[in-house]
Design a protein around this ligand. Structure first.
Ligand code: NAD
Ligand code: AKB
Length: 314
């Protein structure tokens, strides 16, 4: 039985990943860790460890002492926040990865999951159905850190046999916890305004298409990739996966089918340039071929689920 540690467990993905892994492996086998003093209530059904991924010795001590054998390393600064503090974003997004890769290289960990992002692509990348292998050249510090991280993962795999697996997540949409500092966050925020009967001001322009995915699909992809036999994992940088792509206008049109009075206006800010540098849509045929990946939730389903489940904080 594996002992699993999720670092960055209190964030948008971690909250749901912890719950899914605990359901599968039992509460006591899955330790949630985060730099926060307390975790959201939703994560309080099992062990929690306050942990700063930048404290290399403390992280090493904990993993070795607790005999952890799998780590999901989620702690990072996302695209919009990273642009405001590039030096710290680089430090946070890279240093933690080396700590975990080194533990695996020394034989303390059997398997690692480290997420990449569609942010690895840049303005010179083909925008429509962006292939697995193509021109990258990211223009954000976040994208640069993810692309460097992908290449370090591939290096540790080829040089030291480290079993590290990764996915280039699109913008993730969920209702159990809020997103933290990304360019795709508008596609979550919009549902809260719609549910409250308020007008939504979008920080991207109406025709900005971006790759997106409902969280259940992303969690399922993560578990499928982590569980597939090693020989099937042929890409050791990170796999493209696709859910549904849409613009703010297409998303608001879909919301208006359910809430006819819903209104959106547009006031693009610095995040527009980030979004403009990313793909419109993603080709995930390699993930389909290698480990049988397939998304399930399309735009109408995503809107229906979000509008049913988003709850306005009191
Ligand atoms: P998030 O910002 O919601 O959560 C990150 C968590 O990391 C937070 O709970 C934060 O407290 C924690 N953290 C920050 N600094 C830490 C430190 N020093 N030590 C320990 N924990 C620390 O992010 P998320 O959306 O859950 O994303 C998780 C990972 O997935 C990131 O690597 C991100 O780049 C990647 N990703 C996310 C998306 C998305 O749409 N959410 C898309 C692509 C890739
Ligand atoms: C962001 O917008 O920064 C993230 C991502 C796509 O990596 N959601």
């Amino acid at each position: 039985m594996s002992k699993i540690l999720i670092i960055g467990a209190c964030g948008q993905i971690g909250t749901e990943l912890v719950l899914t892994l605990r359901e599968k492996f039992g509460n006591q086998s899955v330790i949630a860790a985060d730099v926060r003093d307390t975790c959201p209530e939703i994560v309080a059904n099992g062990p929690y460890q306050k942990m700063d991924i930048l404290d290399r010795e403390a992280v090493r001590g904990f993993i070795i002492e607790e005999k952890i054998d799998q780590v999901y390393l989620l702690a990072a600064l996302l695209s919009a926040t990273a642009e405001k503090n590039p030096a710290f974003a680089w430090e946070l997004n890279m240093e933690g990865l080396f700590t975990i890769l080194d533990l695996a290289k020394e034989g303390h960990l059997k398997r690692i999951f480290w997420p990449s992002s569609i942010a690895v692509f840049g303005p010179a990348t083909p925008k429509v159905l962006t292939p697995q292998k193509t021109i990258m050249e990211p223009s954000t510090v976040y994208g640069i850190s993810k692309l460097a991280g992908e290449n370090w993962c591939a290096y540790y795999h080829s040089k030291y046999g480290v079993d590290v697996r990764s996915i280039r997540y699109p913008g993730l949409i969920s209702y159990k916890s809020l997103p933290g500092g990304g360019t795709t966050d508008y596609a979550v925020d919009i549902f809260y305004k719609a549910k409250e009967g308020k007008e939504f001001t979008c920080f991207l322009s109406e025709n900005t298409a971006l790759p997106m995915m409902f969280m259940d699909d992303a969690i399922r992809a993560t578990l499928e990739l982590m569980e597939v036999e090693e020989s099937k994992v042929k890409v050791r940088t990170a796999y493209n996966i696709a859910g549904c792509s849409f613009t703010p206008k297409e998303l608001s049109d879909e919301i208006q089918k359910v809430i006819p009075g819903f209104k959106i206006n547009y006031s693009p800010d610095y995040r527009q340039a980030i979004a403009d540098s990313w793909p419109d849509s993603i080709d995930d045929s390699v993930a389909k071929k290698d480990w049988g990946w397939s998304s399930k939730v399309d735009l109408p389903q995503l809107v229906a689920i979000m509008l049913q489940n988003v709850t306005i904080p009191v």
